[in-house]
Design a protein around this ligand. Structure first.
Ligand code: SF4
Length: 80
């Protein structure tokens, strides 16, 4: 319920909303359609977390947006 500090959502996941992406402080760029991106949304803020950062130190856990070039970008499967 409300009060949860943030829950990750991948691009195209069922609970994801365009409004949450719109609440980011900057356009997400490539992260918007990347399978490694997780949207962390709370009542007060929204962040993009890069899941690839967990296993590869070349990637920032919270990338500076917009991301316009990224070696780790992998298109999310979209079934919308
Ligand atoms: S791999 Fe690159 S494009 Fe994908 S989420 Fe991480 S920073 Fe964004």
């Amino acid at each position: 319920m409300a009060g949860s500090p943030g829950h990750p959502r991948r691009p195209g996941s069922p609970g994801e909303t365009a409004e949450e992406w719109d609440r980011l402080g900057a356009p997400p760029g490539l992260c918007r359609a990347c399978r490694h991106a997780q949207l962390l949304a709370s009542a007060r803020s929204v962040f993009v977390r890069c899941g690839l950062a967990d296993s590869d130190p070349r990637f920032a856990r919270y990338p500076a947006l917009p991301v316009s070039a990224c070696d780790g970008h992998s298109p999310a499967s979209s079934s919308r």
